[in-house]
Design a protein around this ligand. Structure first.
Ligand code: CA
Length: 687
């Protein structure tokens, strides 16, 4: 039960004065948000209704807490007995009094900043798990740590991967019975994905299940891996394989099944990874694992032989739906590939799928098998192909919500996105840096078409999973909108990358309330109550993969200082977000003095090693905009880029990958971009 009374505290008050700094604290009713998606089903539907379509206009800020970072904040906070447990950048855990916003403790796992080099998508974390007085966090450098929820001190720690490899943890752990389960990311860095389960009390490894096969000469870990290997060709293990389970997991205690979403291939491209073709199991799949031992019970592959970074790591959601007059236990997902899937979670049987965005890669889904009908232009071996959706996906990790009251799933959607896939003929396996297999020097056909594509559209879509069609849509001025909360107040709460946090009527999408959070929002809101007061809490902080890459077409995104915000009816705390970023054109620190050839070389190197954090064409989002680098920075350019002189600030060294001459070319490109921006581009870049 979510609702509980602190009877133990009532008992203690007689003996030791429990809750003595607030005398009526001892008998408070709490409605918690105790798990990542609120319940095991992860529907993110709060039954609280004091804040509703009639009262929401009275919603105001109760408190805000600055977290001292400009990196992305993606966590869903947990709320247990009036305490918020959440995570910020670099896997730091915060415990906060949910009523006052006062910090109770902070746990910093001291992740080495050199880790930034193997992160595809920012130094982010999506939250903690909680069980029996302990908080569990997975760190960017691969540790799973149990923390005492009261004191904030470490109980146990275990290494979940070899930190010499290109793995990372960004997802929230999940509790499955007496186990705590965690996956990892790194398919962009050339790793082989797996999921591990540890004993909650001791941190001892209970089982580990790989998601793709390894080198057959070393033997297969299971029959499932042996069967999977039959769907790969060539020396596929040399590139790692991928299939990393970096976010979604749900646990059904009744079936004792743990459902896990797996990621794209490593490298991205089918012809580089498995030249003879094949489905490449279990990439881009939903896996049903027996929670007690990790054995594969069934699987459903959403994108066989994935060629487009179409992960199936997007949030998984359980529900009981009435389909053709029968109640079905289903699992639902809106993965990157743009189709909304409804699958029987007991058997893995495909029930239905329809597109919720423009999908040029597939003409539809076979209604019997659930297999996509791949479009003729979607794959051409080593030839480039132009495909929608893009690799960030029609829907990414941003949590969706389901209201049993309306029967609708609320999905943060990215429509009309397009990407030019161009496999690199010189690709070689390497897991020490970004290595998807994209040809960053590509200058051939389709490039102009891609660069000239119309801007994509961001929207909130209310999807009827039974009818497989949209009930309503709300278009936004920005492409990226964040995680969603639905409530029994007939409301849907969602933030956006322009800093707007809003409430919509769940039945028709009418906007009923807005608040400017001062910085872009990606994370999902939560709702809980303490005593008679219902609260809504959300983390605001723009970044992540798309925020750092900062491509054109995002709209007026708002990078800035990250914070946690909590709202209640009739609250009116003042709020004034500090300014962030540059409002004036850059003044180049010096002339680039380089030939067009050197600048072009520098751009290609920048596109291989730098753009993932410092932004497309050196136009940065939440971190240092290199066009504004000072003369002092340019004096130390090689010491910073090759030598790692600024590693404590999060800029790792690249001395093993880039020569001195190459650093000079990158520097020339950066200075060239500063010169260009100082003259003509400020109007575009100021956004
Ligand atoms: Ca990926």
């Amino acid at each position: 039960m979510l609702l509980r009374r602190i009877s133990l505290c009532s008992l203690f008050i007689i003996l030791v004065g429990c809750g003595s700094n607030d005398s009526d604290e001892s008998d408070v009713d709490y409605v918690d948000w105790p798990m990542h998606g609120l319940t095991n089903e992860e529907q993110r539907f709060s039954t609280l209704s004091d804040i509703n379509e009639q009262t929401v206009s009275r919603l105001g800020l109760a408190w805000s807490l600055e977290l001292g970072t400009t990196r992305g904040l993606e966590a869903t906070p947990l709320v247990i007995d009036g305490v918020i447990y959440t995570t910020g950048a670099w896997s730091v855990v915060h415990a906060i009094d949910a009523r006052s916003g006062k910090r109770l403790w902070t746990f910093d796992p001291q992740v080495p900043k050199s880790r930034a080099r193997v992160l595809c998508c920012d130094a982010i974390n999506r939250g903690v798990a909680y069980d029996n007085g302990r908080v569990f966090v997975g760190t960017l450098d691969g540790r799973l740590i149990a923390i005492d929820a009261t004191s904030g001190s470490q109980v146990w720690e275990t290494a979940t991967f070899d930190p010499a490899r290109g793995y990372s943890i960004t997802g929230a752990p999940r509790i499955a019975g007496n186990l705590v389960v965690i996956g990892n990311g790194g398919a962009e860095m050339g790793v082989r994905g797996y999921v591990s389960a540890y004993k909650v009390d001791s941190g001892k490894l209970a089982w580990r299940t790989y998601t793709v096969p390894g080198d057959p000469s070393k033997g297969f870990e299971s029959e499932a891996m042996e069967r999977a290997a039959e769907t790969w060709t060539g020396e596929y293990w040399r590139g790692g394989g991928g299939g990393t389970a970096w976010d979604s997991m749900v646990y059904d205690p009744e079936l004792d099944l743990l459902f896990v979403g797996t990621g794209n291939g490593a490298p991205w491209y089918r012809n580089l990874r498995s030249p003879g073709g094949g489905d490449n199991l279990y990439l881009s799949s939903i896996l049903a694992l027996r929670a007690s031992d990790g054995e594969l019970v069934w699987y459903f592959q959403t994108t066989p032989g994935d060629h487009w970074d179409f992960t199936a790591t997007q949030p998984l959601m359980l529900a009981d739906l009435v389909i053709d007059d029968a109640t079905r236990k289903v699992i639902m997902q809106a993965p990157k590939n743009g189709f909304f899937y409804v699958i029987d979670r007991e058997t893995g049987q495909f029930l239905s799928a329809e597109p919720f965005v423009k999908t040029t890669w597939a003409e539809g889904i076979d209604p019997v098998t659930g297999r996509p009908i791949e479009a003729s232009g979607a794959y051409a071996g080593m030839e480039p192909v132009l495909v929608s959706p893009d690799p960030t996906g029609a829907h990414n990790w941003y949590p969706m919500a389901y209201s049993a009251d309306t029967g609708l799933v609320y999905i943060p959607v990215r429509d009309e996105t397009v990407f030019l896939h161009r496999p690199d003929p010189d690709w070689q396996p390497n897991d020490s840096h970004r290595n998807e297999g994209i040809d960053r020097r590509y200058d051939g056909p389709l490039l102009g078409e891609w660069l000239g594509a119309a801007p994509p559209v961001g929207r909130l879509v209310a999807w009827n999973p039974v009818a497989q069609e949209a009930a309503w849509k709300t278009d936004f001025p920005v492409l990226e909108s964040g995680g969603v909360l639905a409530t029994a107040g007939n409301l849907v709460f969602q933030g956006r990358s322009d800093g707007v946090f809003a409430a919509y009527r769940a039945t028709d999408g009418k906007s009923l309330w807005e608040f400017d959070a001062g910085t872009g929002i990606m994370a999902a809101p939560v709702s809980f109550s303490i005593g008679d007061t219902q609260y809504v809490t959300v983390m605001a902080g723009w970044g992540g993969g798309i925020g750092l890459i900062n491509p054109p077409g995002l709209g007026p995104v708002k990078p800035g200082y990250g914070r946690i915000l909590t709202f209640a009816l009739d609250a009116d705390e003042p709020f004034d977000a500090p300014n962030f970023g540059n409002s004036e054109p850059p003044v180049p620190a010096r002339a680039s003095n380089a030939s067009p050839e050197v600048i072009r070389e520098g751009q290609a190197l920048y596109d291989s090693h730098c753009f993932g954090c410092h932004g497309v064409m050196a136009v940065a989002g939440p971190i240092k905009d290199l066009r504004y680098a000072t003369a002092e920075v340019h004096d130390q350019f090689e010491a910073i880029v090759r030598g790692g002189a600024r590693e404590p600030l999060g800029m790792p060294g690249f001395g093993d990958l880039i020569t001195s001459e190459q650093v000079q070319a990158i520097q020339a490109f950066v200075l060239f971009r500063a010169e260009q921006s100082s003259i003509s581009e400020m109007g575009d870049d100021a956004e």
